[in-house]
Each structure stands twice: as structure tokens, then as C-alpha cells.
Design a protein around this ligand. Structure first.
Ligand code: FES
Length: 376
């Protein structure tokens, strides 16, 4: 737009401006902006032909598709059975389809609106080429007035105002897409303290309940398998990821698979080599958390919560692949490199009368990244 660079021609007075039609203001604006219209072709020089109506319906069809797909997304998001169903259950297929259906309907919604807008501009917006010289500086009053007229003229040229079918279908498609976009935010509104001391924020699968023994269980890849661990199952210098198991969960597929899936449950069970066992520095208050050469640490990185799945036997370090934090197993898994600032919480373990490794109690500090109510 012009300003300091407005072309050198007399500006109309306020009275003249007030009496000018929109068309005259558009012509004036083009002149003042030093814009030269090199080429212009109306898409539909004869209004209301069958071909124009057909084009209108084809554009509207895309907007309607966007609207229907977006509403389908909202319906699936609200009513589809989304809760985990174990493999083999009748409803497992429905659960499995939940995420793909959300992706499909969201994709169709965005695609419909995008293709509709492109089709509209190709079929209805006049084809024109304009050249404008570059100007600098702020806009004068005349420029502002003529700009408003130009924008109005653009709306008139693209004809959206008089195409009620397209206006309605666009409103439907864009409105439904807008609802679809904000729906998932509802899932983020949760109360992490719900349940008091039993809230998910404070507990994990290792939190004792009903005086039940919590065994260390290995994952076999099948959620219903229960394989417990005895000392001697691990070679010296080995590491295995273990999960909590209670006898009351035996035969309960949902509880067994949930114990494997819950994000704060994985624990690294490490058996040190005998020579390394003699070099261990224990943390005050955790002197009896190990069982011989067996040490159990939460697998959830205290930096940002990634699984710290790499155990380097030679250096006795646990490595987090996300941002390369390293934890020293011989010094209560305290961080010695990278952004993590807190040791990995240690799970107290022992061996019960049956000879299985079991938890001797709960973690005494919070698992994973620090949060604002952490006590340690
Ligand atoms: S999450 Fe482990 S280092 Fe960042």
C-alpha cells in the first residue's frame, strides 16, 4: 500500500472522497498504489449458467465432506469404546479401531476443507495479474479508505457473498472442523489429585495394597503370562526390566496387561558382578534396599521421563537415550552426566520364603521427572 511512496497526483478532498462510489474508490486506490492490472478474466462472465451451478455444487460437496467427517470425528471421540481391551476379548477389535478412525475422520475433515478452498479459488476467483511498485512508509487516510474499498471489491469479485450454497456448506465444514479441533483439548482437563493419597500422581504398581506381596515379574511379550524371578535367573552383570505382580491379579487379563503398560511401573533389575558389588556406595536411608548383588531402580528417567533402557556393564552406567543422561549404578544411580539432576529412585527388594524376588516396600521418592510437589 502507498504512504510515503504514493504516486504523485492530487488527492481528492474529503467531500470528493465521501461522494465516490466503491468502484471509483477501487480505481483510485489502484492508481494511488501504482498498481497496474496487466490481465483479468472473469471465470463466469455470464452469471447463473448450468456449468456455474455445477461448479458451485462440486465445491460445496467438499465442504460438506469436511463437515460430515469432522462431526464423525467428534462422535467417535465421544462415544467409541476407547478403553484398552486385551487381545482375544470380543471388544479388542473395536478398541483397536479407535485411533485409526480418529485419524481417518480428522484427515478427511482437513482434506475436504483444503480441497474445497482450492477448488473455489480455481473455479470462481477471477484470473488476474497485477503489478505494483514497492513503496515504504505508513499509510495515509486516503490509502486506508481506498484499501477498504479494494477489499470489498475483492469479496465482490470472488462472488462468495452471492453463492449461498457455498457459503452454507463452507460454514458447515469450517464450523464442524473448528469443533473437531477443540474437542481433544477436553481430554487434557484432568484432576491429577483425584483420589487423595491414592491419586495416580502419588502411586504406582509398586504401591502396597492389602498387605499383598508384590513380586518382580518379567515380560515375556504375552500379557497373560506370569513369570516370576529367582536369584540366579540373571547372570552377573545382566539387567532385566521387571514389573509388579500380585497373586490377586492371576488370571485377570486386564490387570496383568495393565501392570505391563502403566508408565511408572518398569523397574531395572541389575545383578552386579561380584567385584563391582564391593565398590557400591549406598545412599543414606537406602542401605538395605538391595538383595546381595541385586539392585532395582526405576526405569523412568528423572529428567523428562524417557525409559533409561541402556545398561553398560563395563562402566556400570545406565544411559538414557533421550538426552544422554548417565546414572552410576555403583553410587545409588546418581546422575553423573547429562541434564538429569536426580538419582533414579531405588526399589527395596528381597527374596521371600518361596525363593522369589519381591518388593520389600514402596519407592520412597517420586518416580520420573521432578514436579512441583516432589518431596525429595
Ligand atoms: S529424558 Fe532422560 S536424559 Fe532427558
Amino acid at each position: 500500500m502507498s504512504g510515503g511512496g504514493t504516486v504523485d497526483r492530487p488527492h481528492p478532498t474529503d467531500e470528493q472522497l465521501a461522494s465516490m462510489s466503491d468502484e471509483e474508490l477501487v480505481t483510485l486506490g489502484l492508481e494511488l498504489d501504482d498498481v497496474e492490472l496487466a490481465y483479468r478474466r472473469e471465470r463466469w462472465p455470464v452469471k447463473g449458467t448450468k456449468a456455474e451451478k455445477r461448479a458451485e455444487r462440486s465445491v460445496a460437496a467438499w465442504f460438506v465432506l469436511a463437515g460430515i467427517a469432522s462431526l464423525a470425528f467428534v462422535g467417535i471421540y465421544l462415544f467409541w469404546p476407547w478403553e484398552y481391551e486385551p487381545w482375544g476379548s470380543d471388544r479388542n477389535m473395536l478398541y483397536t479401531l479407535y485411533t485409526p478412525l480418529l485419524g481417518l475422520t480428522m484427515g478427511l475433515g482437513i482434506l475436504g476443507l483444503g480441497v474445497g478452498v482450492i477448488a473455489y479459488s480455481k473455479k470462481f476467483v477471477p484470473d488476474e495479474t497485477a503489478v505494483q511498485q514497492r513503496h515504504t512508509g505508513g499509510s495515509s487516510e486516503v490509502d486506508k479508505k481506498t484499501t477498504v474499498a479494494l477489499l470489498g471489491d475483492s469479496m465482490e469479485s470472488i462472488g462468495i457473498g452471492r453463492r449461498s450454497l457455498i457459503k452454507r456448506s463452507l460454514g458447515f465444514g469450517a464450523g464442524a472442523l473448528g469443533i473437531m479441533a477443540i474437542m481433544p483439548l477436553g481430554g487434557l482437563v484432568k484432576n491429577p489429585w483425584k483420589g487423595g493419597a491414592d491419586a495416580a500422581l502419588w502411586t504406582s504398581g509398586w504401591t502396597p495394597r492389602n498387605n499383598e506381596t508384590i513380586y518382580l515379574r518379567r515380560s515375556t511379550g504375552r500379557s497373560h503370562d506370569v513369570e516370576l524371578i529367582r536369584p540366579g535367573d540373571l547372570d552377573a552383570g545382566a539387567m532385566e526390566t521387571v514389573f509388579p505382580f500380585r497373586e490377586s491379579e492371576r488370571g485377570n487379563d486386564e490387570a496383568l496387561s495393565s501392570a505391563l503398560r502403566e508408565s511408572d511401573n518398569p523397574v531395572m533389575l541389575i545383578r552386579l558382578r561380584p567385584a563391582d558389588g564391593n565398590r557400591v556406595v549406598k545412599r543414606a536411608g537406602q542401605e538395605d534396599f538391595n538383595y546381595g548383588d541385586y539392585y532395582a531402580y526405576s526405569k523412568i528417567c528423572t529428567h523428562a521421563g524417557c525409559p533409561t533402557s541402556l545398561y553398560e556393564q563395563q562402566s556400570n552406567r545406565i544411559l538414557c537415550p533421550c538426552h544422554q543422561s548417565q546414572f552410576d549404578v555403583l553410587t545409588y544411580a546418581k546422575p553423573i552426566f547429562g541434564p538429569a539432576a536426580r538419582a533414579l529412585p531405588q526399589l527395596p527388594i528381597t527374596v521371600n520364603d518361596e525363593g522369589y524376588l519381591v518388593a520389600k516396600g514402596n519407592f520412597i521418592e517420586s518416580i520420573g521427572p521432578a514436579f512441583w510437589e516432589r518431596k525429595s
